[in-house]
Design a protein around this ligand. Structure first.
Ligand SMILES: Cc1cc2nc3c(=O)[nH]c(=O)nc-3n(C[C@H](O)[C@H](O)[C@H](O)COP(=O)(O)OP(=O)(O)OC[C@H]3O[C@@H](n4cnc5c(N)ncnc54)[C@H](O)[C@@H]3O)c2cc1C
Ligand code: SF4
Length: 551
């Protein structure tokens, strides 16, 4: 491993170990750089994941409240955003669905025309798919079969498909839960166990069957010498010496993210920096650094064009269901109910009933007081007409076994903005706040499909409580905010992910995505990071002078 400049602690510091960060770490270390990965979350082993959804201290991430899990929920005026926080980033809590978006996404948004995306991206998608072990889901659970039957009733059965997933499954005829030596990287990776279809992917795979980043990209990066620092939160990045464009390197300051009192501040120096803290994490950090004077030259477009993938979360619950709807993999199948509307069947494992507190009866209509009134009157009349059925519907116990979540996504244009302001409810410090037009929480076709699903399953259609009460959609796919663009006036990075205005500084995560994909974004984030890293020269060839260029 060649060290370019021993006066620095590392050649590159990568902030965050999710999809963009893990790809960056592996490819940089392969090119001969000394790499540090600084990750705010904890490192997890399969058997340390929570067994029950009520073990919130090992599921949710709010270290100041004593919650040291790997899943976080952030509440904004325009969206409730779910995201992961662990060594391996969102892959630890994600469902493992890895889909390519339609070609038309490259023609929308600020990245359009900056590269020949449709020609350049396929090889990077192939590499990403190989590294993440993408394969077709072979395990259809009861919820997937219900989705298929609903599709038949709705006239869209021809679009039903088994998801492409990063999950290690047994070969036909072989029994699940078998541990074998590394099946993916010619013996260089860790041993793996085949999937048991327990539905627990989003609460952490206790079997080691889900292809999380700590078992592929990040594992290999560490094997090749990358140093991963868990529970290490980056709080400052500033150019060294008087070279304000970072040409003399950077000083990166960290604190211990899980510390109660002793924050254990540390400083590292590096020639280059890769921000990979996710869309929310990178925006939050860059806003702070722009404001505190460390990186004042970050584009004023920071926080613009944040997208929620135009999602709506609906579903159905079948009290007393004869089958266990939690069986299968977390997202086993999908269907297109029209050209723009894509629905996936999602589940949590048996016992993960806490999330039931976020679901309620499906209620149509435009958002606002009228819809709330309708929701109350529907609930009351249901309680009066079918008291036992209604109580079973709202009872949290048994929810995961009896419920299917339907995740609806649309690749339609629509975005919000994140700003760095003092909110009215907490004027003591600045934080991310959302602004802009409301993101629609009501997709009539999706509601109609949820009703059909409920009819097919003999259950009751559901939607998310925050969507009804506060008109706030939930999303696990927050993207954008530091989008790829042709100049500093239009975005934060160029088409090679180089930050405008700084040398040897890159962003590789969901924040650079410049269009709603209409499918789950992780494969695209991985493929884009592969492409970005392919432009960085080998360590022995670099002149440490990489700078974004306006198109
Ligand atoms: C429940 C759930 C299910 C999902 N299912 C799917 C799915 O099936 N398919 C799919 O494609 N996508 C899915 N997603 C979305 C997916 O997880 C994200 O799109 C993806 O992880 C984003 O990748 P990223 O590289 O942008 O950052 P992330 O993977 O989010 O990683 C960023 C990392 O940076 C760390 N970080 C943040 N700030 C700092 C800091 N200041 N210092 C140090 N570290 C920091 C975070 O702790 C985090 O680990 C799901 C998400 C959730 C929450
Ligand atoms: S279904 Fe269960 S065993 Fe299979 S990948 Fe998901 S959590 Fe792991």
């Amino acid at each position: 491993m060649a060290s370019r400049d021993p006066q620095f602690d590392f050649d590159f510091v990568v902030i965050g170990s999710g999809f963009g960060g893990s790809v960056s770490a592996l490819r940089l270390v392969e090119k001969g750089y000394r790499v540090a990965v600084l990750e705010m979350g904890r490192r997890w082993a399969p058997l340390s994941f929570p067994q029950s959804g009520w073990a919130i201290q090992r599921w949710f991430w709010r270290p100041k409240l004593g919650l040291r899990g790997f899943f976080n929920m952030r509440f904004f005026r325009h969206a409730t955003i779910f995201h992961g926080c662990a060594v391996g980033g969102g892959s630890i809590t994600y469902a493992g669905t890895l889909l390519s978006p339609p070609d038309r996404v490259w023609e929308a948004g600020s990245w359009a025309g900056l590269a020949d995306w449709k020609r350049e991206m396929p090889p990077h998608y192939q590499t990403a798919a190989r590294m993440l072990g993408v394969t077709q889901n072979k395990i259809l659970g009861p919820a997937d079969r219900l989705l298929q039957r609903t599709g038949e009733a709705a006239g869209s059965s021809q679009t039903f498909y088994h998801t492409q997933v990063g999950i290690f499954q047994a070969r036909e005829g072989e029994s699940p839960n078998q541990t074998v030596p590394d099946p993916f990287f010619g013996g260089e990776g860790p041993p793996r166990t085949t999937c048991t279809a327990c539905g627990g992917c989003m609460m952490g795979c206790r079997y080691g069957a889900k292809n999380t980043l700590d078992l592929n990209y990040l594992y290999l990066a560490e094997e090749r010498g990358a140093a991963v620092f868990p529970e290490t939160r980056v709080v400052n990045v500033k150019p060294l010496a008087s070279a304000s464009d970072g040409s003399a390197g950077y000083e990166v300051s960290t604190v211990k993210s899980t510390a109660w009192v002793q924050a254990e501040p540390r400083k590292l120096t590096s020639r280059g920096v890769v921000f990979s803290a996710s869309s929310l994490g990178t925006m939050e950090l860059l806003f702070h650094l722009k404001e505190n004077g460390s990186l004042p030259g970050i584009s004023p477009r920071l926080g613009k064009h944040v997208r929620t993938n135009s999602e709506s979360i609906i579903g159905a619950r079948v009290p007393g269901c004869s089958e266990d709807l939690s069986q299968g993999i977390a997202i086993g199948s999908g269907i297109y109910i029209d050209e723009h509307t894509h629905i996936e069947a999602v589940r949590y494992p048996n016992g993960a009933d806490l999330l039931s507190l976020l679901t309620t009866f499906l209620t149509d209509g435009r958002p606002g007081l009228r819809r709330i009134a309708l929701w109350i009157s529907n609930g009351m009349s249901s309680l009066l007409r079918h008291p036992i059925k209604t109580l079973r519907l709202i009872c949290p116990w048994g929810w995961a076994r009896e419920a299917t979540i339907l995740l609806c996504m649309q690749p339609l244009e629509g975005h919000i903005e994140m700003r760095w302001e003092r909110p009215w409810f907490w004027p003591f410090r600045k934080m991310l706040v959302s602004r802009g037009d409301k993101v629609p929480t009501y997709i009539p076709k999706a509601n109609q499909f949820a009703r059909q699903f409920a009819q097919t399953s003999g259950g009751t259609a559901m939607s998310m409580l925050p969507e009804i009460l506060f008109d706030i959609p939930g999303t696990a796919h927050c993207i954008g905010g530091c989008v790829i663009a042709g100049s500093r006036d239009r975005g934060v990075v160029d088409d090679r992910h180089r930050v405008f205005g700084y040398r040897n500084m890159y962003i590789c995560d969901g924040s650079v995505l410049a269009a709603n994909l209409g499918v789950n974004p992780s494969l695209t984030i991985t493929a884009l990071a592969e492409r970005a890293m392919s432009f960085i020269p080998r360590a022995r060839e670099t002149d440490w002078n990489d700078l974004a260029r306006a198109a």
